[in-house]
Design a protein around this ligand. Structure first.
Ligand code: WT7
Length: 658
């Protein structure tokens, strides 16, 4: 580094607050700070601003219906169709030749769908689904990687009022079966395979294996041929080729069905404290209004932009901020099939340069990987088209924030650190990029109209600097409405902790720890339940534990998250071998395999530690905190209250020994 660069680094390191550049403020969608007051004074009618970004077939009568809280309803009486809002209205407005989706395949192929073309294909596929027998309110499962047919299928479902349930392509066959069973889903759209680091990956075998685990009859399966000759596959009895069906239905016109604002748009399964994934239900009006509003106000998306969120559509980030929010605003949204280091570690920057990307949204884990690879990769490219950067999924450490700010944004792009969840539908806590000062590491204040607080165990707001729990004590349009067919669990999981049912005061509990500064900025500290966050992906420790104890030779296990410098957290398994088995490498390998088979490669354990006993309290509870500290290499606190303190040294030695 030159002398000049060294002093620049030093200055950045010390700087704790950053102002949005004037050039950004001048052009921003939302730049007037009075928005906070406006929303506060005019709540809940303020949310009309979000609803106004959509085209309603039938105007709503009431903004918020809270008579049956916490089963809130938004924009009641309103009717609309999400696919109409994402496609037809832009075509009618003269944007038929604007790119809607620009796709980059891993091997370098590209495909562009204009709004006109996307609408045609969505209509053809919607007609296909209807012909196969899909009716309004039937759940269609989509088990697909990052190929354009995934958003096509989502919008085709939305067009005919069939909720989709997207299962992340990296999830296992078991995970697919569990989700199809839970949703009673009789239709599946999948593909033969896709590319990962240049290799053709077989996906259809996994899909077929998953189908074997579905307990009800599956009516039809549609298979996209992504790989052509690179992978031959044969279709089963009720399986159809996507291209053939779409060709047959080319030119079909399918009227978008009118959906009630509260009708389900989709289901998304996510991990919780118990082993059973939760089917988060999102609705048509509130969700779409909320994702359009946050895409407009936080991501500052304009129709003429090329916008890129590098998440996978299989997670909520991709649903809200690759598909629904950006397309509702009529912008060009990018999709990339592959990994950021293929063929080289500059792949993302090459895509940004080539497509002149304006707004880029990614996860801290990716930024930490870029940092590790070095700034020479972005430096090889012209990134001057970028106007705004965003992060999501996990806390971002100030060092990674500053690296992103300097090496990707050239100190000219604001960064939004957006805290939200599958359940919230869209962003909740973040700065507004043209209005607030940025403080690296702190997500920012709650968005206008969002009543997020940091409270102690009793529900009292904590004082500045103290740690507590995030709560939200007013509803918002993008919130989940319930857990699919499980209202009881919905209440238990999210509302029991802090609500006063008698007083009809309902408080949403996201299960995140946080602290608040005296200026109201919230710093998220991480999950307080048994959920771990690996590379911004949420995994339930109980799901992993049940996979581990399912492995022959394992008697008992505890799974925890330990610190990891790129992934944020990594999976650590502590296991007790069964009598007659030895805790050796072979068993360790089988444990890893068992977890990957049950959940998918994202849950692959970092380490499997065998121990004759797990540290337990006198009452027999496993001391998870202690296991987390051991995995993270932290100082251990007092272990004398354990029933079996002697096991701790033993375990520590093993972990340190590797
Ligand atoms: C959990 C939700 C939101 C879409 C991706 C993950 C953590 C999310 C941040 C952030 C700190 C964050 C929380 C949250 N999280 N964004 N900006 N700073 N933590 O969605 O799988 O539902 O996970 O991700 O712990 O509860 P998800």
């Amino acid at each position: 580094m030159s002398q000049e660069e060294v002093s620049l680094e030093a200055r950045l390191e010390e700087q704790e607050a950053f102002e949005p550049p004037e050039s950004f403020v001048e052009q921003a969608n939302v730049a007037d700070p009075s928005i906070y007051e406006e929303f506060e004074e005019n709540w809940p009618e303020c949310w009309e601003r979000a609803a106004d970004l959509l085209s309603w077939e039938e105007e709503y009568d009431t903004v918020l219906e809270d008579g049956d809280a916490p089963f809130y309803e938004w924009f009641t009486g309103g009717e609309l169709n999400a696919s109409y809002n994402c496609l037809d209205r832009h075509v009618e407005d003269g944007a038929k030749n604007r790119a809607a989706i620009k796709w980059e395949g891993e091997l370098g192929e590209t495909r562009t769908y204009t709004y006109g073309e996307l609408l045609n294909e969505v209509e053809a596929f919607a007609a296909t689904l209807r012909d196969l027998g899909v009716e309004e309110d039937d759940v269609v499962t989509l088990y697909m990687p990052m190929i354009p047919e995934l958003p096509v299928a989502m919008l085709a479902c939305a067009r005919i009022g069939a909720p989709h349930s997207v299962v992340f392509a990296g999830f296992s066959a078991d995970a697919l079966a569990t989700r199809m069973n839970a949703a009673d889903s009789e239709y599946l759209v999948t593909c033969d395979g896709y590319y990962r680091r240049g290799d053709a990956l077989d996906h259809i075998s996994k899909a077929n294996e998953g189908l074997e685990g579905v307990e009800h009859e599956v009516s039809d399966v549609v298979v996209v041929d992504r790989l052509g000759d690179a992978l031959s596959h044969s279709l089963g009895d009720n399986q159809h080729d996507y291209d053939e069906l779409v060709e047959e239905h080319e030119g079909a016109s399918v009227d978008p069905v009118s959906r009630d604002a509260e009708d389900m748009l989709f289901l998304m399964y996510t991990s919780g404290t118990t082993g059973e994934p939760k089917g988060v239900k999102h609705t048509t009006g509130g969700y779409l209004a909320y994702t359009a509003w946050t895409s407009h106000s936080v991501l500052d998306i304009k129709p003429e932009d090329t916008y890129w969120c590098s998440a996978d559509i299989g997670w909520i980030t991709g649903h809200s901020y690759i598909v629904y929010g950006p397309l509702a605003l009529g912008t060009t949204t990018m999709m990339y099939e592959g990994t950021p280091d293929y063929p080289e570690k500059d792949r993302l920057w090459e895509i940004v340069e080539k497509n002149r990307v304006d707004v880029f949204y990614t996860a801290p884990t990716a930024i930490r990987a870029f940092m590790k690879w070095g700034s020479q990769y972005p430096e090889e490219h012209d990134l001057s088209s970028l106007r705004l950067l965003g992060t999501v999924g996990e806390p971002i450490n100030p060092r990674a924030w500053k690296w992103y700010y300097k090496h990707i944004g050239d100190e000219e792009c604001p960064i939004v650190d957006t805290w939200w969840q599958t359940e919230t539908g869209g962003m909740m806590i973040t700065t507004l990029p043209a209005i607030n000062t940025m403080k690296p590491g702190s997500a920012g204040p709650p968005l206008p109209g969002i009543s997020a607080k940091v409270v102690d165990a009793e529900g009292e707001e904590v004082s500045a600097g103290k740690a507590g729990y995030v709560t939200v004590d007013k509803p918002w349009p993008g919130m989940l409405r319930t857990l699919y067919k499980n209202d009881e669990r919905f209440i238990e999981e999210y509302w029991d902790e802090y609500s006063d049912e008698e007083a009809d005061e309902w408080v949403y509990f996201p299960e995140d720890g946080a602290k608040i500064d005296d200026d109201g900025y919230i710093t998220i500290l991480g999950r307080v339940d048994d959920v771990i966050n690996v590379s911004g992906h949420r995994l339930g420790t109980m799901e992993i534990e049940s996979a581990v104890v399912g492995v022959e030779g394992v008697a008992e296990a505890a799974v925890v998250g330990g610190d990891h410098d790129v992934k944020g957290e990594a999976v650590y398994v502590y296991a007790i071998p069964e009598d007659g088995y030895e805790g050796n490498d072979e068993l360790g390998e089988r444990v890893i395999e068992g977890v990957v088979d049950a959940i998918g490669p994202i849950a692959r354990p970092e380490e499997v530690i065998f121990t004759p006993e797990l540290p337990k309290t006198r009452s027999g509870k496993i001391m998870r905190r202690l296991l987390e500290d051991i995995a993270s290499g932290n100082e251990l606190g007092d272990t004398s209250t354990l029933r079996n303190p002697e096991v701790v040294d033993d375990i520590e030695e093993q972990v340190a020994g590797d």
